[in-house]
Design a protein. Structure first.
Length: 342
């Protein structure tokens, strides 16, 4: 009679595997998680303190995922990078408003818990948190048989930051005559992968055998926290934009005040190899600029007098360069010229 008993495990949910995963995270040293004091992994909630050096604190919160870049991870059976992407997508939004990331939580939903895969993902999340100087304080793992196909999963991230109310970056600081600078991306970041995958499928490309694509498609999103916070603490920024889905136009439009316009010179943009490769595969200029960052991962809006002051805060390969200026105009973004694809 006992053989016919229904169990949670028979339905596809393995609580023992989930417990082992939680123990794995809890046993990672707090130092590696970015927090020397927090010991509450596996608890019901996390408790964090406000930094004492901020006089008028305001909380900034963001959430995001990595989209169908997950499918690239599945195709390549490489999950080391996807956790960094997850952290980057949220913390790069926090710093747009001048906020310093404080802590991060993750949500992983999967058909069946595979410990090797899950450990790779969480190691990437921890690495992303360490780069961002924030703490991984908790998360949730949901085993959902019947909801996802075999081997499939989704992840989401939640970041909370803090900023002095007098240091918040907002539209009011952006003035006519300001310069628009581009900070290079590390590659595709985590946007446009549905189009990339569609192209790969139509071209019948085996990315496991294509050395160039195999390397390019798994490059994690550049985390700009250190560089941007160095600028905000020194009052060297009037505004900035994280260039994600929608490209330059949609994202810069979000920070430009009414009656002002960001005049962008597309011929100044320095596209990376992956974007030149995509362009050669029958994608129009308009579609490229709308879908991808095209080599511009982040934009700064600054007073021209601060141009020479900011260069030293960026490492080689990520030095900002001028792509436009703020002028009067009906439209918030105006594109001039053409990208010089190679």
């Amino acid at each position: 009679m006992k053989k016919n008993l229904f169990t949670y495990k028979k339905s596809g949910v393995n609580i023992d595997a989930a417990d082992k995963f939680v123990k794995f995270i809890a046993n990672i040293s707090p130092k590696k998680r970015g927090n020397k004091k927090f010991e509450n992994i596996g608890g019901f909630g996390s408790v964090s303190s406000f930094p004492r050096n901020i006089k008028n604190p305001k909380i900034v919160a963001c959430t995001d995922g990595v989209g169908t870049k997950i499918e690239i991870a599945n195709l390549l059976k490489n999950y080391n990078f996807i956790g960094i992407d997850l952290v980057a997508m949220s913390v790069n939004d926090l710093i747009v408003q001048g906020a310093k990331p404080l802590f991060f939580l993750d949500y992983i939903s999967i058909n069946k818990i595979e410990l090797k895969k899950m450990k790779s993902i969480i190691r990437g999340i921890i690495k992303g948190c360490n780069i961002s100087k924030c703490n991984l304080v908790g998360g949730e793992t949901a085993e959902m048989p019947g909801t996802f196909e075999k081997g499939k999963f989704d992840i989401a991230g939640f970041a909370v930051g803090i900023v002095d109310s007098k240091k918040i970056l907002n539209k009011k600081k952006i003035k006519k005559g300001n310069l628009v600078l581009a900070i290079p991306s590390s590659g595709l970041h985590s946007n446009g992968f549905s189009l990339v995958r569609h192209l790969i499928k139509k071209k019948n490309i085996n990315i496991n055998k294509n050395i160039f694509l195999k390397k390019e498609l798994i490059k994690p999103t550049k985390i700009y926290v250190k560089e941007i916070l160095n600028l905000t603490t020194r009052d060297l920024l009037n505004g900035c934009a994280n260039i994600t889905g929608g490209g330059l136009v949609d994202n810069i439009s979000r920070i430009v005040p009414n009656k002002l316009c960001a005049d962008i010179n597309l011929d100044k943009i320095k596209p990376l190899k992956i974007f030149n490769w995509l362009k050669k595969n029958n994608i129009s200029d308009k579609e490229m600029i709308k879908t991808f960052n095209c080599g511009v991962g982040f934009c700064l809006i600054i007073n021209p007098n601060n141009l020479k002051k900011i260069d030293k805060y960026f490492p080689r390969g990520y030095k900002p360069y001028i792509i436009g200026k703020i002028s009067s105009g009906k439209y918030k973004v105006k594109l001039n010229g053409n990208v010089n694809w190679l």
